[in-house]
Design a protein around this ligand. Structure first.
Ligand code: GDP
Ligand code: MG
Length: 439
């Protein structure tokens, strides 16, 4: 999706005269790409109007960076859609906060409720889990295994078949024991059935949750709108968690769900592991959707890895990103984990490494490190423009590192992208900090 939108914008801005007709054609191309990514058609229509009215072609100064202006208009419009302008419930320490999960079978409820419990536990909350799924055989066992692994107290029953009774007893027990976060996992069904909705409402009545969270699989695509609407009407959830964002789904369904229910996404699931849960950030989400790379996510990841990143962090905060920063990031990526996952966080890398397995990707990364090792300190600490000003430097580096000029160019173009993102991320930081306070 990102590449299609970017190429639509590039095609347009390459043409010497930017006519109104070419602009309309570009917007149409972007809208088609969004619809293919499962963004709801009505949303796309309104997005189209927003972009058209926010970019006034005839009023742009002659040397304006049209590509940047149009990209920013698309970015802002999408962020606005995915940002419900509402804050989710925020659990308080020293009291019992009951959080109930709802969603279809297979959406990722059981997996995610353990992830969320661990998340709060790591932040000093006394946390526990209640399994109110008596519908699916083995549901309690699954929750139990997860809970034991994460060292989180749990409650469930192998004999009681009424989920309402289990939920009520479990919550009552943990409230008495002064647990601060009590997460109630419920059963799903394959379809939105009356029986499921009736059960949901009964459990809600019995445990009186402070927060009901709807869990939505990122891959359900266009079905997201109807499904989230139906759940909202019966269970009235106050927050959404999107799971399986590590998969192939483009994420358009998530946008539709927020727009249909005006409910904030609070977290996203990014893998099957207990730690694969991230706070949702509208800017990062849209950046990824548009293929711009996830600067905020990368910064958080880098910070959580406790690597010595002070110089890079300082540069990024100042809106800068030097060649050396690029080299340090690439070197760190190799230490962090599966490359397929990390690469997507660096602008352009996801595309660059598409179709490569981890072995190919790690070879590619090694060659980039060789490239950097052939640079002078002055080159490494530069903003990278020195190379396009004096292209013979690239020839020298290619020779010295045993790579090709094309590879050196490719590497530097990634660094330039990153430098651009760092520059615009500086402006986004204030927004991101605001979003940190949610839930
Ligand atoms: P439930 O029926 O809603 O309770 O769904 P489960 O929690 O049992 O999850 C269904 C499947 O989705 C399991 O195989 C999970 O491992 C998987 N799953 C859940 N969340 C994620 C995620 O964020 N990424 C990936 N890749 N898999 C996930
Ligand atoms: Mg389950």
């Amino acid at each position: 999706l990102g590449r299609r939108i970017n190429s639509a914008v590039t095609d347009l801005t390459r043409s010497p005269t930017l006519t109104e007709k070419a602009f309309d054609g570009m917007i149409k191309e972007i809208c088609n790409a969004l619809m293919e990514a499962d963004v709801n058609i009505r949303l796309v229509t309104s997005l189209r109007k927003t972009i058209k009215s926010s970019v006034k072609l005839d009023q742009l100064p002659p040397h304006a960076n049209k590509k940047r202006i149009i990209q920013k208009a698309v970015f802002d419009a999408l962020v606005d859609i995915v940002n419900p302008h509402q804050t989710a419930y925020q659990p308080k320490k020293g009291k019992s906060n009951v959080i109930m999960f709802v969603g279809l079978q297979g959406a990722g409820k059981t997996t995610t409720c353990t992830k969320l419990a661990r998340w709060y536990q790591a932040r000093g909350f006394k946390t526990c889990l209640v399994c109110a799924d008596t519908f699916r055989a083995g549901a309690f066992d699954q929750l139990k295994q997860n809970a034991i692994k994460a060292k989180i107290p749990y409650y469930g029953s192998l004999t009681q078949t009424d989920p309402v009774v289990v939920a009520r007893d479990g919550v009552a027990k943990f409230k008495k024991e002064r647990f601060e976060i009590i997460i109630v996992d419920t059963s799903g069904r394959h379809h939105q059935e009356d029986a499921l909705f009736a059960e949901m409402v009964e459990i809600q009545g019995a445990v009186q949750p402070h927060q009901t969270v709807m869990v939505l699989d990122a891959s359900i695509g266009q079905a997201a709108e109807a499904q989230s609407r139906a759940f909202k009407e019966t269970a009235d959830f106050g927050a959404i968690i999107i799971t399986k964002t590590d998969g192939a789904a483009a994420g358009g369904g998530a946008i539709s769900a927020v727009a249909a229910t005006h409910t904030p996404i609070v977290f996203i699931g990014t893998g099957e592991h207990l730690l694969d849960l991230e706070r949702f950030n509208p800017q990062s989400f849209v950046s990824k959707l548009l293929g711009m790379g996830d600067m905020q996510g990368l910064m958080e990841l880098v910070q959580s890895q406790n690597l010595d990143q002070k110089p890079t962090m300082k540069n990024i905060s100042a809106g800068k990103f030097t060649v050396r920063d690029m080299r340090d990031q690439i070197q760190n990526v190799t230490k962090m984990g599966p490359l397929s996952k990390m690469a997507g966080m660096i602008p352009g890398m996801g595309n660059m490494m598409q179709g490569m397995d981890d072995e190919d990707a790690s070879l590619k990364i090694k060659r980039m490190i060789y490239i950097c090792d052939s640079m002078t300190a002055k080159e490494l600490d530069s903003d990278g423009k020195i190379f396009s000003e004096q292209p013979t430097r690239m020839v020298r580096i290619a020779r010295g590192s045993g790579t090709s000029v094309r590879e050196v160019e490719e590497f530097l173009s990634q660094q330039q992208t990153m430098a651009g993102v760092a520059k615009s991320a500086k402006g986004m930081q204030a927004n991101a900090q605001k979003a940190q306070g949610q839930m």
